[in-house]
Design a protein around this ligand. Structure first.
Ligand code: KIV
Length: 271
């Protein structure tokens, strides 16, 4: 293998270095082998097997119903596809809250059964003990603050979080706690850009924003949203890089027409 073709895998340590030298971190979700191969080959640094799989893969309204077994299935498929990106897997709702032993067992299952690189957990001080216990087993943890979708029934809305001072100050404290505990990165979801920039400047841990402005160390989007496959979701922060829903609908419609009109398969498309 030539030096040029050597693939350097992204590690948690490299993400810290990227923050230190001001190089932005690109993160996207993936849930299956074929998509993860494309995302990895295109140069994404971190692939998140998000529990947003509950929405975009399974069609649930919220992320709450997805199980650990379902996440493990998605993560295994992604890991098989990836050469370079760091693969992070969401711990789903109910697998870490309230009991750090359960949290560790869940994280160990993910690491053993999927061979992913790290886990992600939503929340701050409330789940700190779980974060510490998982970290103490040598499993890297990514935090997630701001709009944490597993708490949607508590919030009652997907609106921007931490606009009020008390919630903003709690978020800053939580970010420091997660950083000091040893989280290798923290997702900041749907919070004011100025608050995200403040957190980013105060902690040495890389921050990855989604609807949190340009001051974060990196950005993440859900792949189905940014490719325009899922068009029912249009928050202000979402930039669409393609209109695959239209492309796919036209292609499938064309196929149906060709089958019905006996145009497909033709002489060259048979044995
Ligand atoms: O599950 C997910 O896709 C996420 C991102 C939105 C950060 O948590």
């Amino acid at each position: 293998m030539s030096v040029e073709s050597t693939v350097w895998a992204v590690t948690t340590y490299r993400l810290t270095e990227m923050k230190q030298r001001g190089e932005k971190i690109a993160m996207l979700t993936s849930y299956d082998y074929s998509m993860a191969r494309i995302v990895d080959a295109a140069g994404v640094d971190v692939i998140l097997v998000g529990d947003s799989a509950a929405n975009v893969m399974a069609g649930y309204e919220t992320t709450l119903p997805i199980t650990l077994d379902m996440m493990i299935y998605h993560a295994r498929s992604v890991v098989r596809a990836v050469n370079r990106a760091l693969v992070v897997v969401d711990l789903p709702f109910g697998t870490y809250q309230g009991n750090s032993k359960v949290a560790l067992d869940s994280a160990i299952r993910i690491m053993k059964e999927t061979e992913a690189d790290a886990v992600k957990i939503e929340g701050g001080e409330e789940i700190l003990e779980s974060v510490q216990r998982i970290l103490s087993a040598g499993i890297p943890v990514m935090g997630h603050l701001g709009l944490t979708p597993q708490s949607i029934h508590k919030f009652g809305t997907y609106a921007v979080r931490a606009k009020e001072e008390a919630e903003a100050e709690k978020l800053v404290r939580d970010a420091h706690l997660l950083s000091e505990a040893g989280c290798f990165a923290i997702v900041l979801e749907k919070i004011p850009a100025a608050l995200a920039a403040r957190v980013t400047s105060e902690i040495p841990t890389p921050t990855i924003g989604i609807g949190a402005g340009p001051g974060c160390d990196g950005q993440v989007l859900v792949i189905h949203d940014m490719l325009g496959i899922n068009k029912g979701f249009s928050p202000r922060f979402l930039r669409r890089y393609a209109d695959l829903r239209t492309v796919m609908t036209e292609a499938v419609g064309h196929y149906v027409q060709d089958v019905k009109s006996c145009d497909f398969p033709n002489e060259k498309e048979q044995y």
